[in-house]
Ligand binder design. Structure first.
Ligand code: KG4
Ligand code: ZN
Length: 345
């Protein structure tokens, strides 16, 4: 096989998961390891960047070592080392990028730089037998809520995104207000299943606007007022009835998903597109998956949502590196991190 691409090593450390995978030239996962940091951030009910960076530093080499051993390959067998260098938390990104560069120099392998958001969407292609392109791509994660028009895994046009909180961030903050576990998304989702979806008339911000931007901070504030009433702020002292909690979660989840579905449908129509792909942590949400499936049946579009285990951060979606390698798109050793704090990323 003259053009065969041997296994690659992929590294992910953009937020609070330290992950590595070894992936064959055909995209098969030969080994992978994820070290989550949930227990470290739980007491703060949010990811603390400096804590995350330090934890990455301790874990990155054992995680890489585990993935390589599981794949039963030696560093010599690797064709390239790929690392997500954008967007994410600066300290977290640095650990992955420095590890990738160091190993690439030591093992004399080429380096590939990855956009973490593009990788989230590529998780959809990994679960599909045929090409999902061209498509509208929706990313719903802890840090991003964005719509793209994608003509290939690497050619994406930004259509719009949140102007304040990301959908996952809003889930996490509502979870914190209700004193649920961390991260809040899965906990809110569990309670929502027992609540009334129309118990509270929470806002659907910018749902009728023609652009593809989102806003979830007003919704978060509306939930806060529903729980505390005006003027009171000490959530720790609140005693909220279980059914009220479930109703708040159900009404909140429904408001988020309504906006996501409406805007995605409009993007599909405007771009005359028949395929929608959805990636990112919030795409694991059961109600979201259900509502998008119903919309797909109604509007006759094909829907590919990343498999639940590839929705939250992982290194397997780093298989997008194979697409870059096919294009001969390697990174130089002086790449730097791009936290990507600006909108439109
Ligand atoms: O993609 P991800 O792992 O990290 C980022 O790149 O941000 O997404 C994490 C986010 C968190 O906000 C988490 O609460 C949310 O995804 N999440 C969920 C669910 N599972 C994870 N949100 C709602 N429902 C879920 N089932
Ligand atoms: Zn992510």
């Amino acid at each position: 096989m003259a053009d065969a691409i041997l296994p690659i090593l992929t590294i992910e450390s953009t937020c609070d998961e330290t992950a590595a995978a070894v992936i064959s030239d055909e995209g098969a996962v030969m080994g992978q390891c994820i070290a989550t940091q949930e227990s470290l951030h739980e007491q703060f009910r949010g990811v603390v960047p400096e804590v995350a960076a330090r934890a990455h530093l301790e874990r990155i080499l054992p995680v890489i070592d585990t993935a390589i051993r599981q794949a039963n390959v030696s560093p010599d067998d690797l064709t390239a080392i790929a690392v997500a260098d954008r967007p994410g938390l600066a300290g977290s990104l640095l650990v992955g990028v420095v590890a990738a560069k160091t190993l690439a120099i030591a093992w004399q392998k080429p380096l590939v730089s990855l956009n973490h958001l593009h990788a989230h969407l590529y998780a959809c292609q990994l679960s599909s037998e045929s090409s999902v392109y061209p498509c509208v791509g929706l990313i719903v994660s802890g840090g991003h809520t964005s719509l793209y028009y994608c003509t290939s895994p690497l050619d994406l046009e930004y259509l719009g995104g949140t102007i304040d909180d990301a959908a996952g961030e809003a889930f996490d903050k509502v979870g914190a207000m209700l004193s649920l576990g961390f991260p809040g998304g899965p906990e809110v989702s569990k309670l929502a299943a027992k609540g009334k979806r129309d118990a509270y008339a929470f806002p659907r911000s910018m749902i009728h606007e023609k652009h593809f931007d989102f806003s979830f901070s007003g919704l978060k504030t509306a939930v806060r007022y529903a729980i505390t009433g005006p003027g009171q702020q000490d959530f720790a002292k609140l005693e909220i009835d279980d059914q009220v909690k479930a109703d708040v979660c159900a009404s909140f989840e429904t408001a988020v998903v309504d906006v996501l579905v409406r805007k995605s449908r409009r993007a599909l129509k405007q771009y005359k597109c028949k395929q929608l792909i959805i990636g990112g942590g919030v795409a694991a949400n059961g109600y979201l998956r259900q509502q998008f499936a119903a919309a797909a049946t109604q509007d006759h579009f094909a829907l590919t949502i990343a498999p639940p285990d590839l929705c939250t951060d992982n290194a397997v979606m780093g298989a997008i590196a194979l697409e870059k390698i096919r294009r001969g798109d390697f990174a130089s050793f002086d790449i730097d991190i791009t936290p990507g704090l600006q909108r439109g990323f």
